[in-house]
Design a protein around this ligand. Sequence first.
Ligand code: SAH
Ligand code: DHB
Ligand code: MG
Length: 227
Amino acid sequence: MSGQELWSKVDRYLDDLFVGDDPALDAALEASSAAGLPPIAVAPTQGKLLCLLARLQGAKRILEIGTLGGYSTIWLARALPADGRLITLEAVAKYAEVAKANIARAKLADKVNIKVGQALATLPLLAAEKAGPFDLVFIDADRPNNPAYLEWALQHTRKGSLIVCDNVVRQGQVLDARSEDAGVQGMRRFNELLAAEPRVTATAIQTVGMKGYDGFAVALVTADPST
Ligand code: SAH
Ligand code: DHB
Ligand code: MG
């Protein structure tokens, strides 16, 4: 059995045990696939980890950058209390439409606000409407912009907030300092900035599973953005 086959089998085993059938999430993936969205949502076990992190955090305000079909959105929004809110940013209008239906089917429409547009254009609008500070920011969009998303997140979180970023390893591509791929450079710069950032304490974890070999970073904001 190849590494990938084994990782996928074990992921399905863990998925069966720890997640199992979940009509709203299963329907979200089916509708996303039927609409032709790429199959790049977080894996079920990762989605549940996002949900657990948001619960541990007691998050009431969550920002997600990169909605796709709303799969990770549903996991994160499920962690919210009745008065909690999640804002999620998506560049592709068609993806946002699919996500909207998936989120409504999961009975989370009253907690989730999808904003369509390039995140770098939408983020200043959020700042203007004083949507923050956010208790948790999940970065999972275009890697070239990850350094900019990190900087924005640091300005719109508070001491005790959590910043999570997906796809920080990409099959080990992260080691290629000379890569001419803007995504690889963005991922490397993001990791370097996060590691050197005095306002957070952070780590990054490699992962294998049905989505291949990748990793995610988690940072706890330890100082207020103004300090
Ligand atoms: N978080 C989702 C997966 C997101 S995939 C999940 O796990 O379920 C990345 C998404 O980011 C794609 O839908 C893509 O269209 C979106 N995206 C890429 N560049 C973007 C940008 N500049 N602004 C906003 N969204 C962007
Ligand atoms: C891919 C995976 C992701 O988690 C993502 O956010 C973007 C792309 C991929 O496998 O191509
Ligand atoms: Mg991702």
